[in-house]
Design a protein around this ligand. Structure first.
Ligand code: WTA
Length: 648
């Protein structure tokens, strides 16, 4: 007998797309969604071939899918160039003078690149790469601020078939060193520095520190961004702007095999060394293109803003490849959301007339914490669609986003996916799906998602289990770079033929998927298996609470006790009385079993640089111990010491 994850939180609010939105949407009704989804899961090859044929191919594929589990080849025999699809084909046509990227630097500079200009920049830089002996198949590290040149560098690599690996600009020299060693990169593209919360991040300096001793890197190309003083290593380092003097913008498109590697992106996972997730060309592009088109329901005159950094998969797929493949206008902002003030994002939306806005729940909870007055100062009426990604969104945060940012009129797409899936897998379609706050709703076309028990058997409505994907999909990871055994073991060994996501979830009676947390974080309280996210959402639904993280600690009687770390909204006081109130509040929302045994008030929670709460570290603190695990991805180290000192 397997024991299932229990689920107790009931969410009854349903928000339907407005008739106005549905009327103009690509998919305008549930009947259409269900019909297309059913057909696409019966015959995924047909659906994906349809989407792929909207792209430009050098040579058409021979077979849509070759599947020898767990290894997939999509659009085998076909050749394609990602840069041509994202840039040239628009620059050749009516979008030549349309803005591709509208950028704002943290200090306030503004730049716009049209598709025509972007094409020129990509071609010039592709020639710079060639001039610096970067060849097809070589691995190239990109470690840059969020400036247009980060996208140019990615597209230039794609153009010549070099495999990029973007490292988030907040990572340290050690992280860069590990990733260079694992990927065997020969070239690093960086900048002197980048701006973050008013100070300069010394990017080039970090690269220098990562390159001491033995290294595979032969060339470092440096973009001048912050004018901070840097060291130039003769024979190894060159300036981006100087290199441009030696090249022309003539760089004809070369088509690469559909399965040619496009990029490696490192993801830390909960334990052990980072995994180099490998994505390839044709399938990735097809799903990035199709999901962006349907889920953000892009219009020709949209100004689309995904706030993610290019260092994350969201920045790859929904800041660069997906929207550009659709010929969209992308907003790009270099810096922090609260610099110089907590209304920076709302100011940008107002000033540029942003229409589609895609961000993370962790950011939304921060906005709530900072207070409504920052939002109220700005006119957000240009927005027509909102999205979230990265974590389960607590229903109360969802409602705030809907009311306060979306003015009650914008649909919200809560998109579930992973670095490994490459593109969105579960999400509402904004003109079709009636949504409920807190659920990513239903699988995208061609995606066969299910929830299974420990024996791999699909469970019924409202029974918790493991989220799996039962069929290959085009943008799936192809392997862990250099480690096929680990790829098989991590994702495909528990249930043969099924991709294991590592997330716990349940489906409600309408078939909607509710993510209850990572399987590794599931608590076992007196024989009940509880996901973390429902208890957290119950806490966040209390008006004093801004954010909450729940973990287990050993308990002699119950097996595990429930420990909550809570940050309060601005102005709220951490009192013993409030602690008791919160316990009762969770009891009322979920049941006595979920009542936290301990509640710790914290100023902030430990997060990864991409904003995910690091429950693993909290577990160590909750168990009374010191933090021993890997903390290299932690955003702010001072948080750990603060957590340990307060009211333990
Ligand atoms: C979580 C980010 C609930 C989930 C694109 C997943 C979500 C992990 C959602 C992947 C969502 C992402 N609702 N949980 N809408 N989106 N997650 O690799 O646990 O940074 O497995 O990719 O984030 O994180 P990653």
């Amino acid at each position: 007998m397997s024991q299932n994850i229990e689920s107790h939180l009931v969410e009854n609010r349903v928000i339907k797309p407005t008739r106005e939105f549905s009327k103009h949407a690509r998919i305008g009704s549930m009947a259409d969604y269900r019909r297309i989804h059913a057909a696409s899961v019966r015959n995924p090859a047909k659906f994906w071939a349809g989407e792929a044929s909207e792209l430009v191919w050098g040579r058409k594929w021979k077979s849509v899918l070759k599947w020898k589990a767990p290894f997939a080849r999509w659009f085998d025999g076909g050749t394609v160039n990602v840069a041509e699809n994202c840039v040239d084909r628009h620059a050749r046509g009516d979008r030549r003078n349309k803005a591709a990227i509208i950028w704002e630097g943290e200090p306030g500079e503004k730049r716009t690149l049209t598709y025509g200009q972007l094409q020129r920049e990509v071609c010039l830089f592709a020639n710079v790469l060639k001039r610096n002996k970067v060849k097809k198949g070589d691995r190239v590290i990109i470690y840059m601020p969020l400036i247009p040149e980060a996208a140019v560098a990615m597209l230039a690599c794609a153009r010549i078939g070099a495999v990029h690996s973007v490292i988030f600009g907040g990572f340290s020299a050690d992280s860069i060193r590990d990733r260079i060693a694992d990927s065997g990169a020969t070239c690093v593209i960086t900048a002197d520095g980048g701006y973050r919360r008013g100070s300069i991040v010394p990017l080039k300096h970090n690269v220098d520190a990562a390159l001491t001793g033995d290294t595979t890197v032969k060339r470092v190309i440096v973009f001048r961004r912050a004018n901070n003083e840097i060291h130039i290593e003769e024979g190894r380092d060159v300036w981006w702007h100087r290199e441009l003097d030696y090249v022309t913008a003539d760089c004809p498109v070369v088509h690469h095999d559909s399965e040619h590697p496009l990029f490696i992106l490192y993801t830390s996972g909960s334990t052990g060394k980072p995994k180099g997730i490998l994505h390839t060309t044709g399938g990735y592009l097809a799903q990035a293109y199709a999901t962006t088109k349907y889920i953000f329901d892009l219009r020709e005159n949209d100004i689309y803003w995904c706030t993610a950094d290019v260092g994350w998969i969201t920045g790859h797929t929904y800041l660069v490849y997906g929207p550009l493949a659709n010929g969209a206008t992308c907003m790009m902002y270099e810096g922090a959301p609260n610099w110089p003030d907590p209304d920076r994002f709302w100011r940008i939306i107002q000033n540029y007339g942003v229409t589609v806005f895609y961000t993370a729940p962790t950011a939304i909870r921060a906005f709530i914490k900072w207070g409504d007055e920052w939002v109220d100062k700005h006119d957000l009426s240009s927005l027509r669609l909102l999205g979230t990604v990265g974590e389960p969104i607590n229903p109360e945060a969802w409602m705030w986003y809907h009311r306060k940012i979306g003015g009650g009129r914008c649909p919200i797409v809560d998109t579930w996916w992973q670095t490994e899936t490459g593109a969105i897998m579960i999400s509402p379609l904004p003109g079709a799906t009636p949504v409920k706050p807190g659920t990513a709703t239903l699988p995208f076309f061609g995606i066969d998602a299910a929830i299974v028990d420990d024996n791999g058997k699909e469970v019924g409505p409202n029974v918790g289990g493991k989220l799996v994907i039962r069929k290959p999909w085009p943008s799936m990871l192809r392997t862990i770079y250099g480690d096929r055994a680990r790829y098989k073991k991590t994702y495909w060994s528990e249930f043969p033929g099924y991709y294991l996501t590592g997330d716990g979830a349940r489906r409600d009676k309408d078939g909607y998927f509710w993510i209850v947390g990572r399987i590794d974080d599931v608590l076992n309280v007196a024989g009940h298996r509880l996901g973390t996210s429902e208890i957290e959402s119950a806490l966040v639904s209390h008006h004093s609470v801004a954010e909450a993280a729940v973990v287990g600690r050993p308990d002699e009687i119950k097996g595990q006790g429930v420990v909550a770390f809570v940050t309060l909204r601005e102005g709220e006081k951490p009192t013993a009385e409030l602690r008791e109130k919160l316990r009762r509040h969770v009891g009322a929302a979920i049941g006595a079993i979920a009542k936290p045994d301990d509640i710790h008030f914290a100023e902030a929670l430990p997060k990864t640089r991409s904003g995910k709460i690091m429950r693993r570290l909290l577990k160590e603190i909750a168990g009374g111990g010191d933090v021993k695990g890997d903390t290299t991805t932690l955003e702010d180290f001072s948080i750990l010491s603060k957590l340990k000192l307060r009211d333990a």
